[in-house]
Write a protein that binds this ligand. Structure first.
Ligand code: GLY
Length: 376
């Protein structure tokens, strides 16, 4: 008998909604299938916002309250609000599915596919080209109401890494990385294609122009090996790019009140082959459970160090309203380092970032567009 069975049998397949241990999650996604967990449960005590003291102001902080099915998406920290039609299409796609009674996870995945297929965003087709000018490596992850988590890291040659993460959910594993993840995805039917786009190539050229040195005849000389492993001082421009880990993400609440979160990214703008950010790291980039769903974007290394998504979720589980939980995470984050968060609880939703951030919101019940787009 496998050890996991022992754990699950011993725990009586307990529902992950225990008030004593709201963080209880399954030991293995393949052995665990959610028992009949009640839909989102509110913890009894809500902590008042006043204890946060004087409010800081953030470049993006939009929130509201609406019951029923809802999809919230983002186009990445520092993505321009003019690009909001991308995340909005993704949110609309997810809501369409939710209104057909699709589960939260399916809707979040399909929203993420819409964004991965949009070359303006750093995921799938628009994924960043790495420092060597050739490599495209991507991370994607998902998490459900029942605490199921699955991810791929540094995957190559797939157009929709989030679909690869979904395949991992049905495997005995939680995270597949590198060439193994790529082979796994191809073997299970995802086409072998390099997700290049002229947009990503132009972005790379732009960076090259900033980093490279012009010789007398005007040709550009950029030897990326000089920066391999970042020996010596990294150019200022490169530090700045690393702070903008634009990613795409979705959080959804279905008609049963269940939650899901998804993320997909091409990694930070100029980065080494093999670098993995917060997206596929458990508890860092996203978290979901019976109290809500959280999806982050921004500088992966700092998000990992702070376990941002899990921290926000823990606040939800202890009864903090979603707006306060996200506010607190943002207020406590180094202000010069990019962070964006979208999150949902049973009724509330919030979009927040210390930079600008394109996002989309689609709900079963009416959400006034003016309220949805105003800044606090
Ligand atoms: N937040 C995306 C990354 O750092 O890879």
């Amino acid at each position: 008998m496998r050890p996991n069975w022992v754990i699950l049998i011993a725990s009586g397949f307990a529902c992950a909604t225990s008030a004593d241990d709201p963080m209880e999650v399954p030991q293995s996604p393949i052995l665990y299938r959610a028992p009949d967990c009640p839909a989102a449960i509110r913890a009894p005590v809500a902590r008042p916002l006043a204890r946060l003291g004087k409010r800081k102001r953030f470049r993006t902080f939009v929130s509201g309250t609406v019951p029923g099915a809802l999809a919230l998406t983002h186009g990445g920290a520092a993505s321009r609000p003019e690009l909001s039609n991308g995340p909005q299409s993704a949110a609309n796609r997810a809501l369409g599915l939710l209104l057909s009674d699709a589960p939260a996870l399916e809707a979040a995945i399909e929203a993420t596919v819409v964004l991965e297929d949009d070359p303006r965003f750093n995921a799938g087709t628009g994924a960043n080209i790495r420092l060597d000018g050739a490599t495209i490596q991507m991370d994607a992850s998902l998490m459900t109401q029942a605490g199921e988590f699955a991810a791929v890291a540094a995957i190559e040659r797939v157009k929709n890494p989030i679909r690869a993460a979904r395949l991992v959910l049905d495997s005995p594993h939680v995270l597949l990385a590198g060439e193994g993840a790529t082979r796994f995805a191809h073997r299970l039917g995802l086409p072998d294609e390099v997700p290049t786009s002229t947009h990503a190539a132009e972005k790379y050229e732009e960076r090259l122009n900033e980093l490279g040195e012009r010789s007398k005849d005007g040709t550009l000389d950029f030897d990326w090996r000089r920066y391999w492993n970042y020996e010596g001082e990294m150019p200022e421009a490169m530090k700045h790019w690393r702070e903008h880990g634009d990613t795409v993400g979705a959080v959804t609440r279905d008609r049963d009140g269940a939650f899901a979160a998804t993320l997909s990214t091409g990694g930070t703008s100029v980065t080494l082959d093999g670098r993995v950010g917060d997206v596929p790291v458990y508890g860092a980039g996203l978290f979901a459970g019976p109290y809500g769903a959280v999806a982050c974007t921004g500088h992966g290394e700092t998000i990992i160090a702070r376990g941002v998504a899990r921290r926000v979720y823990e606040a939800l589980a202890s009864g903090t309203p979603v707006q306060d939980a996200v506010y607190e995470a943002l207020a406590d984050f180094p202000p010069r380092i990019a962070l964006g968060v979208i999150a949902l609880d049973q009724f509330g939703w919030v979009v927040a970032s210390n930079n600008e951030m394109a996002y989309g919101l689609a709900a079963e019940e009416d959400v006034s567009p003016s309220a949805a787009h105003q800044r606090e």
